[in-house]
Design a protein. Structure first.
Length: 143
């Protein structure tokens, strides 16, 4: 029996392609949680050096894919922050706010060495607005 050759870690380009395919295969927010009007995910990064990363924010509406995996902001890192379980759990529990931290498990080149653990810490804040809330429901009328 032939075994596949050992693979090194996936490249950032490979990782982006995997994320793209997973997002395309994900159900929409409307399917996952019909009551959700919008899910807002905010990420802020805790840099250990002068290489600080800016925060990121994403708003997911009912017609959008309910895929909550975000690539590490370092372009040479093959890691990602997977918030799928956290967000889906919050939606199923009817939570409006969830906060926490995740550490990137990817690898990147730094200090002249390739394959060093990234370990960039991201703080996340997830805010869910539901259809039955008063805010914004009346502004959706069409004229």
């Amino acid at each position: 029996m032939d075994l596949p050759p050992n693979r090194k870690g996936s490249s950032p380009a490979d990782r982006r392609e995997e994320l793209r395919k997973a997002r395309a295969a994900a159900p929409t927010l409307r399917v996952v949680c019909p009551e959700a009007a919008v899910v807002r995910v905010e990420l802020s990064f805790q840099a250990e050096s002068l290489m600080a990363q800016g925060g990121q924010a994403f708003s997911i509406y009912p017609a959008a894919k309910a895929h909550f995996v975000y690539p590490c902001p370092f372009g040479d890192c093959d890691g990602a922050y997977d918030l799928n379980e956290v967000v889906i759990g919050s939606l199923q529990a009817g939570k409006r706010k969830t906060r926490g931290t995740l550490t990137c498990t990817g690898h990147r080149s730094r200090n002249g060495k390739s394959g060093s653990p990234c370990e960039l810490v991201a703080s996340y804040s997830i805010t869910v607005s539901f259809e039955n809330e008063d805010a914004g429901v009346s502004s959706r009328s069409e004229g």
